[in-house]
Design a protein around this ligand. Structure first.
Ligand code: ZN
Length: 134
Protein backbone atom coordinates (compact mmCIF):
# COMPACT_ATOMS: atom_id res chain seq x y z
CA UNK A 1 0.00 0.00 0.00
CA UNK A 2 1.22 3.46 -0.91
CA UNK A 3 1.23 5.50 2.31
CA UNK A 4 2.58 8.85 1.10
CA UNK A 5 0.35 11.03 -0.98
CA UNK A 6 0.80 13.92 -3.34
CA UNK A 7 -1.20 16.95 -4.40
CA UNK A 8 -3.47 15.75 -7.24
CA UNK A 9 -2.93 19.09 -8.99
CA UNK A 10 0.87 19.52 -9.04
CA UNK A 11 2.22 16.29 -7.55
CA UNK A 12 3.99 18.02 -4.63
CA UNK A 13 4.34 16.10 -1.37
CA UNK A 14 4.32 19.37 0.58
CA UNK A 15 0.73 18.98 1.77
CA UNK A 16 -0.75 19.56 5.21
CA UNK A 17 -4.12 18.80 6.78
CA UNK A 18 -6.47 21.78 7.18
CA UNK A 19 -7.24 21.13 10.89
CA UNK A 20 -3.50 21.12 11.65
CA UNK A 21 -2.91 24.36 9.73
CA UNK A 22 -5.91 25.94 11.44
CA UNK A 23 -4.83 24.93 14.95
CA UNK A 24 -1.20 25.88 14.50
CA UNK A 25 -2.16 29.32 13.18
CA UNK A 26 -4.73 30.18 15.84
CA UNK A 27 -4.08 31.33 19.36
CA UNK A 28 -7.00 31.36 21.74
CA UNK A 29 -5.53 33.56 24.45
CA UNK A 30 -6.58 37.08 25.21
CA UNK A 31 -3.95 39.78 25.09
CA UNK A 32 -3.62 43.08 26.88
CA UNK A 33 -1.43 45.75 25.37
CA UNK A 34 -0.50 48.92 27.20
CA UNK A 35 0.58 51.91 25.16
CA UNK A 36 1.17 54.86 27.49
CA UNK A 37 -2.14 55.31 29.31
CA UNK A 38 -4.16 53.40 26.75
CA UNK A 39 -4.83 49.76 27.46
CA UNK A 40 -6.26 47.75 24.64
CA UNK A 41 -7.69 44.30 25.20
CA UNK A 42 -7.83 41.80 22.40
CA UNK A 43 -10.27 39.00 23.07
CA UNK A 44 -10.68 35.69 21.36
CA UNK A 45 -8.45 34.15 18.77
CA UNK A 46 -5.74 35.73 16.78
CA UNK A 47 -5.42 34.00 13.47
CA UNK A 48 -2.86 34.08 10.75
CA UNK A 49 -4.25 34.78 7.29
CA UNK A 50 -3.48 31.21 6.31
CA UNK A 51 -5.37 29.82 9.32
CA UNK A 52 -8.31 32.11 8.57
CA UNK A 53 -8.41 30.96 4.96
CA UNK A 54 -8.66 27.31 6.00
CA UNK A 55 -11.09 27.85 8.90
CA UNK A 56 -13.70 25.12 9.40
CA UNK A 57 -17.23 25.71 8.08
CA UNK A 58 -19.24 27.70 10.61
CA UNK A 59 -22.59 26.67 12.01
CA UNK A 60 -25.41 29.12 11.39
CA UNK A 61 -26.76 30.99 14.37
CA UNK A 62 -30.48 30.68 14.99
CA UNK A 63 -32.24 33.73 16.41
CA UNK A 64 -35.49 32.36 17.76
CA UNK A 65 -36.20 35.59 19.61
CA UNK A 66 -36.49 37.25 16.18
CA UNK A 67 -39.37 34.87 15.55
CA UNK A 68 -40.92 35.46 18.96
CA UNK A 69 -40.69 39.26 18.81
CA UNK A 70 -43.06 39.94 15.85
CA UNK A 71 -45.43 37.21 17.08
CA UNK A 72 -45.52 38.93 20.46
CA UNK A 73 -46.11 42.33 18.83
CA UNK A 74 -48.91 40.87 16.68
CA UNK A 75 -50.52 39.58 19.87
CA UNK A 76 -50.27 43.03 21.47
CA UNK A 77 -51.88 44.71 18.44
CA UNK A 78 -54.59 42.03 18.16
CA UNK A 79 -57.31 44.31 19.56
CA UNK A 80 -56.10 47.44 17.79
CA UNK A 81 -58.02 46.74 14.58
CA UNK A 82 -54.87 47.44 12.54
CA UNK A 83 -55.28 44.37 10.35
CA UNK A 84 -52.46 45.32 7.95
CA UNK A 85 -50.05 45.73 10.85
CA UNK A 86 -50.99 42.36 12.35
CA UNK A 87 -50.69 40.67 8.95
CA UNK A 88 -47.31 42.30 8.41
CA UNK A 89 -46.11 41.11 11.83
CA UNK A 90 -47.40 37.59 11.20
CA UNK A 91 -45.71 37.55 7.80
CA UNK A 92 -42.49 38.66 9.52
CA UNK A 93 -42.95 35.89 12.11
CA UNK A 94 -43.39 33.30 9.34
CA UNK A 95 -40.34 34.55 7.43
CA UNK A 96 -38.18 34.47 10.57
CA UNK A 97 -39.48 31.06 11.51
CA UNK A 98 -38.62 29.66 8.08
CA UNK A 99 -35.19 31.30 8.17
CA UNK A 100 -34.45 29.71 11.55
CA UNK A 101 -35.72 26.31 10.39
CA UNK A 102 -33.43 26.53 7.36
CA UNK A 103 -30.46 27.36 9.62
CA UNK A 104 -31.35 24.56 12.04
CA UNK A 105 -31.65 22.17 9.11
CA UNK A 106 -28.26 23.27 7.76
CA UNK A 107 -26.62 22.81 11.19
CA UNK A 108 -28.06 19.34 11.66
CA UNK A 109 -27.79 17.90 8.14
CA UNK A 110 -25.41 19.86 5.92
CA UNK A 111 -22.84 21.22 8.37
CA UNK A 112 -21.73 17.81 9.79
CA UNK A 113 -20.93 16.67 6.22
CA UNK A 114 -19.05 19.87 5.40
CA UNK A 115 -17.15 19.62 8.69
CA UNK A 116 -16.27 16.01 7.96
CA UNK A 117 -14.97 16.99 4.52
CA UNK A 118 -12.93 19.77 6.17
CA UNK A 119 -11.43 17.27 8.64
CA UNK A 120 -10.15 15.21 5.71
CA UNK A 121 -9.00 18.12 3.55
CA UNK A 122 -5.42 19.01 2.76
CA UNK A 123 -3.69 22.10 1.46
CA UNK A 124 -0.84 21.93 -0.99
CA UNK A 125 1.82 24.46 0.06
CA UNK A 126 3.22 24.52 -3.45
CA UNK A 127 0.19 25.38 -5.60
CA UNK A 128 -2.47 26.24 -2.99
CA UNK A 129 -4.77 23.46 -4.07
CA UNK A 130 -7.15 22.15 -1.40
CA UNK A 131 -8.18 18.55 -1.81
CA UNK A 132 -9.98 15.85 0.15
CA UNK A 133 -8.42 12.61 1.17
CA UNK A 134 -10.88 10.22 2.78
ZN1 ZN B 1 -0.17 21.26 -5.49
Amino acid sequence: MNVHFDCPNCGSENVQSLPIIFQSGTSGSNSITKTGKIISVTKGSNMTNLARSVAPPAQKECNWWLTALPAFLAFIFLDSGETWLILLLLFWTGAQFKDNLDKKNYNEKVWPQEYDIWLHSYLCHRCGNIFVRG
